[in-house]
Write a protein that binds this ligand. Structure first.
Ligand code: ADP
Ligand code: MG
Length: 583
């Protein structure tokens, strides 16, 4: 039943409403503000009083203005056409706008209702189906987009009829299903789902057991992220969070990419708009945008819309996962999302937690990260949502609540360091503090041993040790001076520099160096470890420095050359000569 109400109080975007009937938490309503319909969400109900958060500016709103409740939660429209779209947090299509901003009270259609899709049935009359089962398929770009039994359907249905292969739009009934009580329901190619409720359209959610390649060496080689895993990138402003995330988006081994640009500066969002459509997908040679959905909100958009955006993005990811696809969700930055949560909670005058964030910030973040994962669908196929978020802690303070809460929720941690960024050692991921908990999983160890090299995790540990020892040696050299330490300290320090320059550092803007496939990462790590394993017995530290500078120079040239090209091989030969001459 739909209720109505009247505005009784307004504090910025928080509006109190006296209702004439029952309303539920998170229900959507529209407030009539002098002819402009403003969308809002119920965030608190107390007797006949409801507090609603308006998604837009409440300028001009006054007491007594009428409110209509919708008897539904904030929903995402799901169907073919989501890919290559740019939406705001409320799924308004931003590509149809001239600018990034909509007029107040203006809401657009998320999906093109007139476009015809080439439909092929998968199910047939008489088939028994449940929610999320595949009824048919359309080609969205080059991806098979499954048309599924709506997720909200409960119990078993029998397919009564299904349309033959042909071209249909999203509103056309493509199947009629009969429920257990004998009633018929029409199914189209589109369905709606409440954004804040996870889509549980799968049989089980096992632990991740495969790696998702990103082409970024500090991630793949040192701290790999699992397919269906979670990771986060905290770092001060300007340290390269966005560049790193975009690199992962461009190269990551996923079929569908969803970018949630939440609450970052408006010009950054415009950059995504202009940059992404130009990008060519290294996996297919086609436009990356064909398999990407962008959800963006800038800081000047209303707080509730910003809060919604990450949920909208996650729901779209879960939808594609239910089709058996590998989905990658990137959110930049989740701190802006947390700030939106804070603004809302403060306006509600809730008892604040640390730094005035909501008391349940940790739980909200954990629940969100928990929606990622690899799943086994009802038909036995697998799908995954891998999630990487950035966090921008004020002043680079990693002890602040958002970073701390995220650390509990995410299994990979890629800490960007001001110090490395200042030295232009990009990507500025701190190799010592960062970690991937997936390396501790026996199934991941096994996977890497099989896919990359036997004993790979041991090689990774060894590499990390070289870096650690190098730091210790460097400290000693800094305290005691070049001549005050034994030669082995110099050698240790330079070995860690070798790892740093060749494995850790990677130029995100070089066509070759920016993407390193796993076989090449293995090759380079073996070369570097081969040098680190040797004892050179240098006469003095000048000789040591000279040797390593030359080695680093040659290996860098290799990083910039096509794998196993003539150039690559010739640098390798020079390196071999250098090593056999020793010093
Ligand atoms: P943040 O999002 O953390 O504020 P950005 O990702 O915008 O920072 O990065 C800031 C600048 O750092 C970039 O404009 C670029 O010049 C430089 N940078 C970051 N990562 C790299 C990289 N991998 N290679 C080269 N330059 C980089
Ligand atoms: Mg950024």
């Amino acid at each position: 039943m739909k209720s109505t109400g009247k505005v009784t109080g307004i504090v910025s975007n928080l509006v109190t409403v006296l209702t004439d009937g029952p309303v539920s938490q998170n229900e959507i309503c529209y407030i009539d503000c002098g002819g402009t319909r403003l969308m809002a969400e119920v965030i608190k109900v107390n007797g006949r009083n409801a507090a609603v958060q308006v998604f837009e500016s409440t300028r001009g709103l006054k007491n007594g203005d009428p409110v209509e409740f919708e008897d539904r939660m904030l929903e995402v429209t799901l169907g073919p056409g989501l890919l290559s779209s740019c939406y705001d947090g409320l799924q308004n299509d931003l590509t149809t706008m001239t600018g990034v901003f909509l007029k107040r009270g203006e809401y657009t259609e998320p999906l093109d209702r007139s476009k015809l899709w080439d439909f092929t049935p998968i199910a047939g009359p008489g088939d028994k189906v449940v929610a999320a089962d595949w009824l048919g398929e359309v080609k969205e770009g080059w991806l098979p987009h499954k048309i599924m039994v709506p997720f909200s359907f409960k119990g078993e249905y029998t397919v009564k009829s299904i349309v033959p292969a042909g071209q249909y739009n999203i509103d056309r009934t493509i199947a009629v299903l009969t429920d257990e009580s004998g009633e018929d329901v029409d199914v189209t190619m589109t369905q709606k789902w409440p954004v804040k409720v996870a889509i549980k359209a799968y049989r089980e959610k096992p632990r991740p057991s495969r790696i998702m390649e990103t082409g970024v060496r500090v991630i793949d080689t040192l701290n790999p992220i699992a397919e269906g895993g979670t990771g986060f990138i905290p770092g001060p402003f300007g340290c390269g969070k966005t560049v790193l995330q975009h690199a992962i988006a461009k190269q990551g081994d996923a079929e569908v990419i969803v970018m949630a640009a939440c609450g970052e500066r408006a010009n950054e969002v415009v950059e995504i708009f202009t940059e992404f459509p130009e990008l060519i997908d290294p996996h297919t040679g086609r436009h990356l945008m064909e398999r990407t959905t962008i959800i963006c909100n800038t800081s000047n958009m209303p707080v509730a819309a910003r809060e919604a955006s990450v949920y909208t993005a996650m729901t779209i990811c879960e939808y594609y996962r239910a089709m058996g696809l590998k989905v990658l969700l990137l959110a930049d930055s989740t701190s802006r999302w947390a700030q939106a949560l804070r603004e809302m909670s403060n306006r509600m005058e809730e008892l604040p937690g640390a730094d005035a964030f909501p008391v349940d910030l940790s739980a909200i973040i954990s629940n969100f990260y928990a929606r990622a994962g690899m799943v086994v669908l009802n038909n036995g196929k697998t799908g995954s949502v891998t999630f990487i978020g950035t966090v921008s802690p004020a002043g680079g303070n990693l002890k602040e609540p958002v970073t701390e809460s995220t650390k509990k929720a995410a299994r990979c941690f890629y800490a960007l360091e001001q110090n490395r960024a200042d030295k232009k050692r990009y990507p500025a991921v701190n190799p010592i503090d960062s970690y991937s908990k997936y390396l501790e999983y026996p199934e991941i160890d096994e996977y890497l041993s099989e896919k990359v090299a036997p004993g790979w995790v041991g090689m990774v540990e060894k590499t990390k040790n070289i870096i650690r020892k190098g730091r210790e040696a460097q400290e000693q050299i800094n305290i005691l001076g070049d001549d005050g330490v034994p030669m082995t300290y110099h050698e240790q320090f330079w070995k860690s520099e070798l790892v740093d320059f060749i494995i850790l550092q990677q130029d995100a803007f070089d066509p070759v160096d920016s993407v390193t496939p796993m076989d090449r990462q293995e090759y380079m790590l073996r070369l570097v470890l081969g040098i680190c394993d040797r004892n050179f017995d240098f006469d003095d530290f000048e000789q040591c420095r000279k040797f390593f500078n030359e080695a680093i120079n040659l290996l860098r040239q290799m990083n910039y050359s096509e794998f196993r090209s003539a150039d690559f091989n010739s640098y390798q030969e020079q390196l071999n000569n250098l090593i056999s001459n020793g010093k």
